[in-house]
Ligand binder design. Structure first.
Ligand code: NAD
Ligand code: UFG
Length: 336
């Protein structure tokens, strides 16, 4: 079985490529390296002892996709390629709509042309907006606070329409909660360009001395310690969820959404404490103002993925912090 992984050189994509190769799949990666480097794929090959096929291809490039589908028999697509910085998306909404939505439409058209109608799509918990917690898949979605989040909601809707128009499609929408951690080899992990927006890479850069101080965004929320609650999930657990989803779509048709989270909420201060324990370092932080757009608390009801995909998260926040720190210390200047 051959899987096309768009955005396969990125953070979640690279960990998923490792799991796919370990499981015996053939892997073809399409990435334009906008937010990654080809060396990541060398490391995927080093970890697994297997090779994958790679194309420097933008998913908006129809001819590039045609070449991939004509040179390979693709059984299913895992679609990670996209821009993901929430704050940037409010400044540059058209760039997000063009890359994420136009790119996805071109990809879906070329899949249909090639007769490949099986896809796992990287969605996000952000589609739930202000729903009560825990989030469940049958809640109304779309009350989203950023253009980034809207691209996820729109692409889910587009795939819904695609399925309605052609019931041969088999579509899995994976709504990720907060992925952190790294492969335990320390060879691949999250390696954002510039100053990180997300909590975990920020913490690890403070711990290693690359950034002076973490600002905790808000200490006055109505939560157990005043800081925001999120559902953190180890990136390897998340990667494995894609294998479960691929197994499912290969044998069925239809469209289903699944929450991929631990089902547990941790505060920012919980994560700081766990990171200090894992790294043996005291973290320099202050409590600052709230960040605009942040919800006080959300976490998943992941029971649908547990029962219907037979997927279960294995790793706790201690392991997430240990693996993040291991990656950070082995790659103080990132992956070159
Ligand atoms: P990432 O930026 O590390 O990986 C995305 C990859 O896609 C990068 O390698 C980038 O170069 C590539 N890419 C971007 N636009 C492309 C294009 N037009 N053509 C080809 N390649 C392109 O991000 P990630 O954290 O691995 O996220 C993967 C997916 O999961 C994204 O769609 C993201 O929105 C979604 N997601 C991520 C999170 C998270 O917190 N990391 C949460 C929810 C959903
Ligand atoms: N935080 C800080 N300081 C920082 C960075 C983050 O205190 O420097 C806090 C945030 O306020 C939040 C928590 O750490 O309470 C997690 O923040 P992240 O930025 O790591 O993650 P978010 O929950 O904001 O974002 C995630 C995904 C997005 C998705 C969003 C909404 O990264 O893709 O959830 O579902 F859109």
């Amino acid at each position: 079985m051959t899987i096309l992984v768009t955005g396969g050189a990125g953070y979640i994509g690279s960990h998923t490529c490792v799991e796919l190769l370990n499981e015996g799949y053939e892997v073809v990666v399409a990435d334009n390296y906008y937010n990654s480097v080809p060396a990541v794929l060398d490391r995927v090959e080093k970890i697994t002892g297997k090779t994958l096929k790679r194309y420097n291809c933008d998913i908006r490039d129809r001819n590039g996709l045609k070449k991939i589908f004509s040179e390979n028999t693709i059984d299913a697509v895992i679609h990670f390629a996209g821009l993901k910085a929430v704050g940037e998306s409010t400044r540059l909404p058209l760039m997000y709509y063009e890359n994420n939505i136009s790119g996805s439409v071109v990809l879906f058209e070329e899949m249909a042309q090639a007769g490949c109608k099986k896809i796992v799509f990287s969605s996000s918990a952000t589609v739930y907006g202000n729903n009560p917690i825990p989030y469940k898949e049958d809640m109304v979605t779309g009350d989203v606070s950023s253009p980034y989040g809207r691209t996820k909601h729109f692409i889910e809707q587009i795939l819904g329409d695609v399925y309605k128009s052609d019931n041969e499609w088999s579509i899995s929408l994976l709504r990720y909660f907060n992925p952190i951690g790294a492969h335990e080899s320390g060879l691949i992990g999250e390696d954002p360009n510039g100053i990180p927006n997300n909590l975990m890479p920020y913490i690890s850069r403070v711990a290693i001395g690359k950034l002076p101080q973490l600002t905790v965004f808000g200490g006055d929320y109505d939560t157990k310690d005043g800081t925001c609650i999120r559902d953190y999930i180890h990136v390897v657990d998340l990667a494995k969820a894609h294998l479960c989803a691929v197994a499912k779509i290969l044998g069925t048709t239809g469209i289903e959404a699944y929450n991929i989270g631990n089902g547990k909420g941790y505060s920012v201060l919980d994560i700081i404490t766990a990171f200090e324990k894992a790294s043996g370092k005291k973290l320099n932080y202050i409590i600052g103002d709230r960040r605009e757009g942040d919800l006080p608390a959300f976490y998943a009801d992941a029971s649908k993925a547990n029962t219907q995909l037979d997927w279960h998260a294995q790793y706790d926040i201690d392991k997430m912090c240990e693996d993040t720190w291991n990656f950070q210390t082995k790659n103080p200047d990132g992956i070159k």
